[in-house]
Design a protein around this ligand. Structure first.
Ligand code: CP
Ligand code: NVA
Length: 313
């Protein structure tokens, strides 16, 4: 990885992204090892987590390493102690910092002041580790990535932002349907369009969920109200009312389309319950694949693992 840190999918290029997916497939088949037996990472979380915490802990265990979890109340980032000081202290004690922060700016300050790698475990801007696991899951289900069309229905949030960057880097087509005022930021879209120009993929933004989903191979959704936006929940329920992924909407996708969600899901809001538990749903594969995508990332960043040459184009 050219950058010391992994704060954004834009820290990768197309070759690295494919190599990480290749490596994740291999590490999933390989099982446990002692590659990181002398390494310890800190999990520094300002928001709650189920999947991200457990998958980082399992990834490190499977690589022979260790994790120390620091809960939101324990550290008091920027309150009990300044962010630069926390970054320097952790750099003296552990080999990497995996951080979930309220604001992406906190991640930037951590990265600037830490001598060890900082990995984004979700911020208000991006969720890059989720996108890696999602591409691994799509590859497993579809046997390829290039040319696959992913339709995202809902909020242009952190998950959508990492997905548009990752899909365009991978040569996949990305379509998104979001209501006005809730689109992916122009800055992220601009970068994704640059990637899409290079890989020959397409990015299409609309307000109409049907237009986005028609003919898609993958239909993806996420919560309408992300962590930190709880006070807007009522208003968001009204704004996003027509953006539910349900049988009617999914029937417009290809017959063999898969349905994805990073979880946690809000049954009957962004996704109908029967769809969440339908054969088309791969949400629990995504959750499990967080382990293997992060194993590949950690093995490369901390274990000096040479990434395999990607052969999935
Ligand atoms: N998908 C995901 O990041 O889940 P958690 O918030 O439970 O970690
Ligand atoms: N967009 C969601 C993702 C949770 C994994 C949030 O930020 O809360």
């Amino acid at each position: 990885m050219s950058s010391k840190d992994f704060l954004s999918i834009s820290n990768l290029d197309s070759q690295r992204l494919y190599s990480l997916i290749t490596s994740a497939v291999e590490l999933k088949a390989e099982g446990w090892s002692s590659l990181l037996s002398e390494k310890t990472i800190a999990l520094l979380f300002e928001h709650p987590s189920t999947r991200t915490r457990i998958s980082f802990e399992m990834a490190m265990r499977q690589l022979g390493g260790h994790c120390i979890y620091l809960s939101p109340d324990e550290v008091g980032l920027g309150k009990r102690e300044s962010v630069p000081d926390v970054a320097q202290v952790l750099s003296r004690c552990v080999n990497a910092i995996v951080a979930r922060t309220l604001s992406h700016k906190t991640l930037d300050v951590l990265a600037e002041n830490a001598s060890v790698p900082v990995i984004n475990a979700l911020s208000d801007m991006e969720h890059p580790c989720q996108a890696l696991a999602d591409l691994l899951t799509i590859y497993e289900k579809k046997n390829m990535l290039e040319g696959i069309t992913l339709a995202y229905v809902g909020d242009g949030n952190n998950v959508a932002s990492s997905l548009v960057l990752a899909t365009s880097l991978a040569g996949m087509n990305f379509r998104i349907a979001s209501p006005p005022g809730y689109q992916i930021s122009e800055e992220i879209l601009h970068k994704a369009r640059e990637y899409a120009d290079e890989t020959g993929s397409e990015i299409f933004c609309t307000e109409d969920p049907k237009e986005a989903v028609r003919g898609a191979d993958v239909v993806y959704t996420d919560t309408w109200t992300s962590m930190g936006q709880e006070e807007e929940a009522e208003q968001r329920r009204r704004v996003f009312a027509g953006y539910q992924v349900n049988s009617q909407l999914l029937s417009l996708a290809r017959g063999y389309a898969i349905m994805m969600h990073c979880l946690p899901a809000h049954h009957g809001e962004e996704v109908a319950e029967n769809i969440l538990y339908s054969p088309q749903s791969v949400v629990f594969d995504q959750a499990e694949n967080r382990i293997y995508a992060q194993k590949a990332l950690l093995a490369e960043m901390l274990g000096g693992l040479e990434l395999p040459l990607a052969n999935y184009h």
